[in-house]
Design a protein. Structure first.
Length: 198
């Protein structure tokens, strides 16, 4: 996007992308080693990028801060994890359903206030969990709608005067919308609590 908008030279952009691709390969292969003396993972990556491509690495943070990266990275991570959680939850529901069908005639005591109340089918009891898990899946999908708004170009919290193209980045990163207020965007963490609560 920075090269497309002529904020940095195309040659620098290509070197940055190539260098980041090499770092990604190291991450995937397990060769990447986090430097605990680095300020954070983003500083660590920028330093590695600098070693791989030199001066163009310093343009990596143009029109964004590490706060931007954290806000964006966490949202990207959670979008992925919500999909994974929903898939795992669906698998659990299928396993419970299979167990309930296999044990459809088993009768167990039902409890209320820690005391036996009346007899119920084990399958009926288990299917209550299937329904509860379905609500959890819906809650996760609802939370994903709020997470699916791109936080980027906040430059600490005041935005940037550079001629960036947020819509281009939004499409590249597969977000549904972009945020409006930079202060809220960089300080908002309630979506993390929401997913953890679910």
């Amino acid at each position: 996007m920075l090269a497309k908008q002529k904020i940095i030279p195309q040659k620098d952009s290509q070197q940055i992308v190539k260098g980041l691709s090499l770092i990604l390969k190291d991450v995937i292969s397990g060769k990447f080693k986090f430097d605990p003396t680095a300020e954070d993972i983003h500083s660590n990556i920028q330093e590695l990028l600098n070693k791989k491509i030199g001066e163009p690495a310093h343009k990596l943070h143009t029109a964004r801060s590490r706060n931007d990266q954290v806000a964006l990275d966490v949202r990207m991570y959670l979008k992925n994890e919500i999909d994974n959680l929903n898939e795992f939850t669906a698998q659990m529901q299928k396993a419970i359903l299979k167990f309930a069908l296999t044990n459809s005639k088993v009768v167990i005591p039902g409890y209320t206030h820690l005391q036996i109340a009346q007899c119920v089918l084990l399958a009926h009891h288990l299917l209550a969990y299937v329904e509860a898990l379905e609500r959890d899946k819906q809650r996760l999908l609802d939370a994903k709608k709020r997470i699916n708004s791109m936080r980027w170009d906040l430059v600490l919290f005041s935005g940037t005067g550079l001629n960036i193209d947020r819509d281009f980045v939004k499409k590249e990163l597969k977000f549904a919308t972009t945020t409006v207020n930079s202060i809220d965007s960089v300080s908002d963490r309630d979506y993390i609590i929401e997913v953890l609560a679910i």
